[in-house]
Design a protein around this ligand. Structure first.
Ligand code: SAM
Length: 251
């Protein structure tokens, strides 16, 4: 069982977002628990202040360290992130300055038992939060969101898919984009002909070996076209390298 605790100033954001599809089923099956917590619960002043102006001047506000670190301590029992070394608990700050959250990071997180996700807002969080109570800083991509909440949803969803039993069949994730270093192949369903375009004949043939070969080839074609950077890391056999050369010529 994996448990996510999300620290946010907008807990209502998460009211229904995990009530759909695979995440809903995984929750119902007891594979994952997800709770959103209001950061203001860990303030000690009358006005429940969670932010303040940045030292050195400049626009915007910064989330204060005390409520954030108090929240992490209450949820993990650890005062500092280094106490969590060697445990199955991670404290993740969502931040555009973090390591990029890729499929392999999702697979790492799926091994944890407890993940605290901290959602920043405004100009971000006081850097001492990063220095003391965070085990990982993760970015969902090279763009700036208004807050960490959408990023938390992305991290939860991508991680939950990788929990054993979360997908319909144990092998479902194996063929998905990124797991084998390539993008997924194109998929088709009925009707056989749509807008003058037919489904590739091989997919109608019932010949499983030929279908598998076609899928691998088309996954490679799509990766070469849309994400050639992934090919640098992919392990390709001789046949696959020949296909790549053919795609080059076709272009
Ligand atoms: N001043 C920050 C910067 O330029 O790096 C941007 C702060 S952003 C407006 C507010 C919050 O949104 C961040 O603290 C973070 O929690 C979240 N956020 C924004 N972009 C993100 C991204 N690409 N990945 C993860 N979280 C992000």
């Amino acid at each position: 069982m994996l448990r996510f605790d999300i620290i946010t100033i907008f807990p209502e954001f998460f009211r229904t977002v995990f009530d759909f599809g695979i995440v809903r089923r995984a929750r119902a099956a007891g594979l994952v628990e997800i709770a959103a917590h209001d950061l203001r619960a860990w303030t000690t002043d009358k006005h429940k202040v969670v932010d303040d102006r940045p030292f050195g001047g400049g626009d915007g506000m910064v989330l204060k360290p005390e409520p954030l670190c108090a929240a992490v301590e209450a949820l993990t029992g650890a005062h500092e992130a280094r106490e969590l070394a060697g445990t199955k608990t991670r404290v993740v700050l969502l931040s555009p300055q973090g390591r990029v959250f890729e499929q392999k990071v999702a697979a790492e997180l799926a091994e944890a038992e407890r993940i605290v996700l901290i959602c920043g807002r405004y100009e971000g969080v006081d850097e001492r939060v990063v220095e003391t109570c965070v085990t990982d800083e993760l970015s969902i991509g090279d763009y700036v969101l208004s807050g960490g909440e959408p990023a938390a949803v992305v991290v939860v969803d991508a991680t939950v898919r990788l929990l054993p039993g979360a997908l319909g069949s144990e092998t479902s994730a194996v063929n998905e984009s990124f797991n084998a270093g390539l993008l997924d192949c194109p998929h088709y369903t009925r009707p056989v002909e749509y807008s003058g375009r037919r489904v590739p004949e091989v997919l109608l043939s019932g010949h499983h070996a030929e279908i598998a070969r076609w899928r691998r080839r088309e996954a490679l074609r799509k990766t070469a076209r849309n994400r050639p950077d992934l090919l640098q890391q992919a392990t390709l056999d001789e046949q696959e390298r020949t296909w790549l050369a053919e795609f080059d010529k076709e272009q």
